[in-house]
Design a protein around this ligand. Sequence first.
Ligand code: 13P
Length: 287
Amino acid sequence: MLVSAKEMLNKARDGHYAVGQFNINNLEWTKCILQTAEELKAPVILGVSEGAGKYMCGYDTVVGMVKGMIKCLNITVPVALHLDHGTFEGAKACINAGFSSIMFDGSHYPIEENLKLTTALVNTCDILGISLEAEVGAIGGEEDGVSSMGECADPAECKMIADLGVTMLAAGIGNIHGKYPEGWPGLRFDVLENIKKTVGDMPLVLHGGTGIPEDMVKKAINLGVAKVNVNTECQISFTAAVRKYIEDGKDLQGKGFDPRKVLAPGCEAIKETVREKMEIFGCIGKA
Ligand code: 13P
């Protein structure tokens, strides 16, 4: 069943672990993440960027695919289908299509505009039982071709957004999307602590989960992070495994050219990455 992320995140916050958001790109991705979550009895959030939504033929297709898989694969763990870094228009489209969780990313707007647009979504999501993630302090790196520098969120602005009644808050703490550059100084735990102090109970979201050292992720979870987003790492492990299959000439043996065979090693690699991350996040057995 598709559920709002609210309950799973509140439980994670109280239990000092984090739920993983794994972004999906296609059928294989979705299937592998759902199967791993079920096998490990972990709650899970499927992230869909607007670009990936478009690639997968629109939000209705995504909702249909995910609901179909939950039914046909007998998935019993809680699954939230979540728009990742949505625009205001994208958020409305996903609400209409049946997503159970939305991120509205107004971090690139002046705070007044971010407050205004986030406010407009709070009520709708509340009425429909959809969880809502807001963002303060743009998270750097490149996603869907849009790049920005890493920022640290202002705790006072975080409080203003949190007080609107959103479900969870993504706040920049020196994290960036994609691979971390050489010499990256690490997460700003001082900023995270200040944000946590000002926003209180609000579950915090750590974006850019790829490549953050394990001890830093665990420390962030101890300081109030209840959701960690991972995208690039699954892409890297998937592609490396498929590359090996081709380089080993397996596609040239027998019916090795069958796409189900070509993609199989990539699928196993995604499952392994998701498993490793879930171990670090501490969410195994929590569903
Ligand atoms: P990575 O691609 O760095 O894992 O970040 C994912 C993310 O934060 C999605 O919002």
